[in-house]
Design a protein around this ligand. Sequence first.
Ligand SMILES: [Zn+2]
Ligand SMILES: [Zn+2]
Length: 143
Amino acid sequence: MPTPSDLERMLREAALRVTRPRIAVLGAVHRHPHADTESIIGAVRADLGVVSHQAVYDVLRALTTAGLVRRIQPSGALARYEARVGDNHHHVVCRSCGVIADVDCAVGHAPCLTACDDYGFAIDEAEVTYWGLCPSCVVPTPR
Ligand SMILES: [Zn+2]
Ligand SMILES: [Zn+2]
């Protein structure tokens, strides 16, 4: 887990002003991968005391724009945030309880970025969501 000084360095490298709420929010996203906004607000409040929802939303937006945090939103689910950015990994989502896990690219290094025809686009991300049931939600087959 990154230390507070690691978090400060990340903010500086992204040309963001270092503030306590930014350090707290970035730290919370590192500690709680795929957390939704409410859980991040809870973690930040445990760190800093009173922080408004709006302040946390604003920081999440700034961190996402700066590329320090990735926002994912499986269809029909709340937005989640993660600090694992830039590696084009994918997610598997449980249809029943909504738990999310990381999935690396299916074969080799980001082959899904090589579209058969890119229509002239400079593609930098392929968003793939695998859906299914997590181990705790799979109904055991009756014997
Ligand atoms: Zn589940
Ligand atoms: Zn992830």
